[in-house]
Design a protein around this ligand. Structure first.
Ligand code: GTP
Ligand code: MG
Length: 198
């Protein structure tokens, strides 16, 4: 899919502040620092559309972007970042929880996983919750440029083995790198198909 236009809409502190729209929406979530904002910039081809940082906890609001005038990308705050004050952390994770549970135009959640790490309980717990809610999701293993493709394959196999313990259908799986652009056309292709209702 060609990206013809990108537009920042707003940053929302809670579900009630999210933009009112019926356009299909694709949300990016995962641990702090996993590369959510970077992936949004890779997909849109805009270096600074979503704010990135080497310091975890950069994204604290739900950030909405309209793409090609017809669908939305949402950059969500990361989970599992302990250094943010507890009350603030609870505040934004509650906003994310509400968003995921109640957002009607949410078409798919892309759950980002660091391709270098063995399966982490926090990611598996998050996925268990998303599966219980029965919301479509896909996995993106990020930062593949940091290691050999063999290691990435091993990590994905270990992760899917964990997921396979409780589900038979494996989810859609993507790999990504902002250095090599890996995953860009695959993820955009998947979004295009979902926008078309396929
Ligand atoms: P929070 O908003 O804090 O939750 O983080 P985030 O998940 O949005 O991560 P962000 O996109 O800010 O990236 C975190 C760091 O990882 C930055 O220094 C990025 O440059 C780096 N990074 C992200 N993706 C990649 C990648 O594919 N390869 C490499 N080498 N670095 C990456
Ligand atoms: Mg971010």
């Amino acid at each position: 899919m060609k990206i013809k236009s990108t537009e920042f809409i707003l940053s929302a502190p809670d579900l009630a502040s999210c933009p009112q729209t019926t356009f299909p929406e694709f949300a990016f979530i995962g641990r702090s620092n996993v590369g959510k904002s970077s992936l949004i910039n890779l997909l849109t081809g805009k270096k600074d559309l979503a704010k990135t940082s080497g310091t975890p906890g950069k994204t604290v609001l739900l950030n909405f972007f309209k793409i090609n005038g017809s669908w939305l990308l949402v950059d969500l705050p990361g989970y599992g970042f302990a250094k943010v004050a507890k009350t603030e952390r609870e505040g934004f994770s509650e906003a994310v929880n509400h968003y995921i549970e109640h957002r009607e135009n949410l078409a798919c959640i892309f759950v980002l996983i660091d391709s270098r790490l063995s399966p982490q309980p926090i990611d598996l717990e998050f996925l268990e919750w998303v599966e219980r809610l029965d919301i479509p999701f896909a996995l993106v293993f990020t930062k593949t440029d940091k290691q050999s493709s063999n290691h990435t394959k091993q990590v994905i196999a270990a992760f899917t083995a964990e997921l396979g313990k409780r589900r038979t259908e494996p989810p859609a799986i993507f790999t990504s790198s902002i250095k090599t652009q890996e995953g860009r056309s695959e993820i955009l292709g998947a979004i295009e198909r979902m926008c078309a209702g396929k």
